[in-house]
Design a protein around this ligand. Sequence first.
Ligand code: FUB
Length: 344
Amino acid sequence: CKESGKNEEHVVEDTDNKFSHPPLVTDRYTADPSAHVFEGKIYIYPSHDLPSEVPQDDWGSHFDMQDYRVYSMEGPDGPVTDHGRILHVDDIPWAKRQLWAPDAAEKNGKYYLYFPAKDEQDLFKIGVAVADRPEGPFVPQPEPIAGTYSIDPAVFTDDNGEYYLYWGGIWGGQLQKWKDETYTSVGDQPTDGEPDPEQPALAPKIARLSEDMLSLAETPKDVILLNNDGSAIKAGDHDKRFFEAAWVHKHNGTYYFSYSTGDTHYIAYGTGDNPYGPFTYQGVILNPVQGWTNHHSITEFEGQWYLFYHDTELSGETHLRNIKMAPLEHLPDGTIKTIDSMQQ
Ligand code: FUB
């Protein structure tokens, strides 16, 4: 993610507008909500935003989060229960700083928290921590997951019992610095290492998870996003290209890959017929919110689908966010009705 260099045209800053949905948590700053239904309840695994002493820069260093907490709801009308801290950066042997957007998965009664953090070399890697309960406590593995890098892990569980890890984020998320699974220090700026505008955009990554959920079962592959004429979405197409915040859900047999477009601030999506893609661009799920980052998850609870997202209603500060939720509607033609975080 990145704070400066905003595309002003797309950033919602008119606070005279009324917000469409209330914050779910008001006593702390929370962001990047990954929601799942575990044991019949909605569990939300967000980032925990903190006021930062770290100066703002284009790498997002001021997103200086140090721990994770977990929240649950018996149903969409709440109330929201705060289960407290589930993991702190000081408890993760390999991690130095910046616990960014996490996700969680359940398998055979165990719970797995996947999270990005910077290591001693200041490279983002993805770690995993294990618990017996959805609310933790989570015990981190001693090393990051071999073969991972960059940010924003998301786990999709397919109907056949396979689990897939998606990840990646450009600019502050460092994806543009990795070529052929190797870190290449291309220039000093977050945008250095991006393809030319006419080239295909950088692709997020996917790998099937191992039986024990602790490692990758295969070499990571690119998740390809296509225009509806079958051409690759180009790096210069900032309204459509992948930036960060991958998420996958399945509805009526169709796989929906959704993501943030970063500097144009949309949650966009494409559809495909398998977890690897390619995914064909379909449109926008969530229009730009107040604040630079836009990050979401989508889950079904008792037959109704919900979008979880964040904005900055409580603080007005881009790095101090608050999580929200909204009903999400799949239309009869398989597209998703666009959601606005501000009343129109
Ligand atoms: O919360 C830190 C970063 O901001 C996340 O990892 C990105 O997706 C963006 O929301």
